[in-house]
Every structure is written in C-alpha cells, then in structure tokens.
Write a protein that binds this ligand. Structure first.
Ligand SMILES: [Zn+2]
Length: 122
C-alpha cells in the first residue's frame, strides 16, 4: 500500500504533502472522502473523477471531472508515492472562493485565493 508508505515517510519528515491519492473504480460517497486524500476514480482504464475536500477549511467536497469531453476538465498525474498533481488550478465557486494549485500533493495557494485565517499550512 503506497499510502501507508507515504504516511510513514511523512511521519519521518522525509516527504511532505497535503493530499495523497487513493484509486478506486467507483464514484465515492461524500462521507467516504477523508481529509487529506484525493479519490482518483478510474473505471475500466478511463480516468473519470478526482474528488477531495476543500483544503480551505470549509470541507466541501470538490469533484473534478477528468472526462476529456466535458468542460471544465482537469488532469491528474501521480508520482511514485501517489502524490497527485492537478492541472489546471482549482477555483472554488462557493463562499470560500479558494483558488489553488495541487503540485506533487502540495496545495499551493494562489494570491488572494486562500480564506483568511484558515487552512492547515502557513
Ligand atoms: Zn472551501
């Protein structure tokens, strides 16, 4: 299990990440998506969804469509530890209005895109 290895390496201070990918073939129930994980839905070899909780503190589920025939659409790439890189950036349309990139599992906030006084990292 790559996620367990990733958790161990993070606990040892050897790697850093905010999000780690979990692959599944079915769209997840809202309640099953935990903080700090990105649920990467791949069904029959077709990348469909990337779902994770908003890192800005509101906890809203963010479902990103990976379907190339839909707009908008995103792409997800995983590194050796299953840390996701998401393109393009994510801009929440709800009240929290978060705007960030996900690079190698790290949430990189866009200027003005982070809710004040919230979030796990400084
Ligand atoms: Zn939010």
């Amino acid at each position: 299990m790559m996620r367990h290895l990733a958790g161990l390496l993070r606990a040892l201070g050897l790697v850093r990440y905010d999000l780690i990918a979990r692959r599944t073939s079915r769209y997840p129930d809202d309640a099953s998506v935990r903080d700090g994980e990105l649920v990467f839905v791949v069904d029959g070899g077709v990348e469909k969804w990337a779902c994770f909780r908003c890192p800005g503190g509101c906890g809203a589920l963010i479902p990103l469509s990976l379907n190339p025939r839909r707009r908008p659409r995103w792409s997800v790439a995983l590194d050796w530890l299953h840390r996701p890189t998401v393109r393009p950036s994510v801009h929440q349309t709800n009240d929290c209005a978060c705007h960030f990139h996900v690079n190698g599992g790290r949430v990189d906030w866009c200027e003005g895109g982070r809710p004040l006084g919230r979030g796990a990292r400084t």
